[in-house]
Each structure stands twice: as C-alpha cells, then as structure tokens.
Design a protein around this ligand. Structure first.
Ligand code: SAH
Length: 215
C-alpha cells in the first residue's frame, strides 16, 4: 500500500529530479503519482526512492528514476498517444507512461518476468497497460503503428522493424552503442517519413537481447 511516508519519499525524489534538470512538469507529476516501492520486492522497498537502478529478479533491473524521467521527457508524450515500450521489466516505466498517454503496449522477452509484472500491474490498478510476451526486435505488428516507441534495454543498433512501426510524425527514444556505454538517441520521423536523429548523452542499460526466454 501507499502511505504518507512513501508519498513524502516520493516528493523528495521529485525534488532531486528537478535539481538534476528534469523540467517537464507532466513527467514530474506522473512520477509523483506512481508508487515506485510497489515495483520492488517488499524487503527492498526503502530503495525505491533512491535515485538508483535496482535488481528486480531474473537478472533484470528497474531503471534509475532519472533515466525514466529523462527518456519520458524526450518522448514528448501527448494525451492522444499510442505508445510501445520495449523491455517491460518491473512495469514502472510503462506505468508512468500510462498516466500521460492514451494507450501503452509493452513487450518483455522473459516469460517469468512477464507473468509477474502482468499480475502486479493488474493488482495495483495499472491493468489498462497491455503487456505482451515476445521479442522486442519484432515490435508489435498487430498493434502498429505507434506514435511513440521507447526502448528501455541497451541496443547495439536501431532495429529497422521498430522504425517501420513508427507513425509519420512519431518519435522513438532508444539507447544505442557497441559497448556498455549507450548513447541516448531520439529519432523523429517527419510527416514525409524522413528520419532525423538527435543524441543526448551516455547511459547504462541491461542488454537488448534477441529472442525470448520461456522460463
Ligand atoms: N522498463 C523497465 C526496465 C527495463 S530493464 C522498468 O521500468 O522496470 C530491460 C528489460 O528489457 C529487461 O526486463 C529485459 O528482460 C528486457 N529485454 C531485453 N531484451 C528484450 C527484447 N528483445 N524484447 C523484450 N524485452 C527485452
């Protein structure tokens, strides 16, 4: 459950994000509403409001709050947007997006994590997020095209399939690099489907791996 203490810790976290240069009020507001401690296993909930990444099981991590805020801000989410996230993990990033957008689809390649997170999201009131089990490299042909695509695992290159699933006028935010230092990249697909690329500094992510894991 969400207590006054948790709300207080969240308020402090939002101040930290503001001090670190996150300026989008809508993003800060959404992050002040999502009870981040519920996405970590109980014994670790005090870690939830530190500005740090954290293990969530299956060798995966919940992204650092700053990274979530930064990627969300770059995505420039509109209330009418249909968004695809690659790398569901804990479901935290998808939850933040769901408060800002119309529809959120999110893909996870690890079945155990997919099952756990799908259940959690439904339990804590984020059941409208559509979770999908599969390989994010394929995107979601069924629900494409998307106004925005956000990749929350570190890629080696930008998958053409995902670019193809972006609507003209859409944006994709993806961390890309050949070693563990990933450059945050934003692709804008203009109304003529021409691509424009911008870069926004270095971040660390767990790898964007091909294929699925069925256990
Ligand atoms: N967005 C998450 C953090 C993601 S960590 C959160 O808010 O908690 C990266 C996630 O990407 C991991 O769960 C990992 O299993 C997943 N992942 C890696 N490669 C993938 C792929 N090809 N398709 C779907 N998910 C993938």
């Amino acid at each position: 459950m969400d207590s006054y203490r948790h709300k207080g810790l969240r308020k402090k976290l939002i101040e930290t994000l503001l001090n670190e240069g996150i300026t989008d009020q809508k993003v800060l507001q959404a992050m002040s509403e999502v009870p981040r401690h519920l996405y970590l296993d109980g014994a670790f909930e005090d870690w939830a409001y530190k500005n740090q990444a954290f293990q969530i099981g299956c060798g995966q991590t919940i992204s650092q709050p700053y990274t979530v805020a930064f990627q969300t801000q770059l995505l420039d989410v509109q209330a009418t947007d249909k968004i695809l996230e690659i790398g569901t993990g804990s479901g935290y990033q998808a939850s933040v997006l769901s408060l800002l957008a119309k529809r959120v689809y999110t893909i996870e390649r690890q079945k155990t994590l997919f099952d756990k997170t799908t259940q959690l999201l439904s339990n804590i009131g984020f059941g409208k997020i559509r979770t999908l089990y599969g390989d994010g490299y394929a995107g979601s042909p069924r629900f494409a095209p998307f106004d925005k695509i956000i990749v929350t695992a570190g890629a080696i290159n930008i998958p053409q399939t995902l670019i193809d699933q972006l609507r003209p006028g859409g944006k994709m935010v993806i961390p890309v690099g050949t070693d563990e230092n990933k450059t945050m990249i934003r692709i804008n697909k203009d109304s003529d489907s021409n691509l424009h690329q911008e870069e926004f500094g270095v971040f660390h992510f767990v790898p964007f791996k091909e294929g699925t894991v069925s256990t």
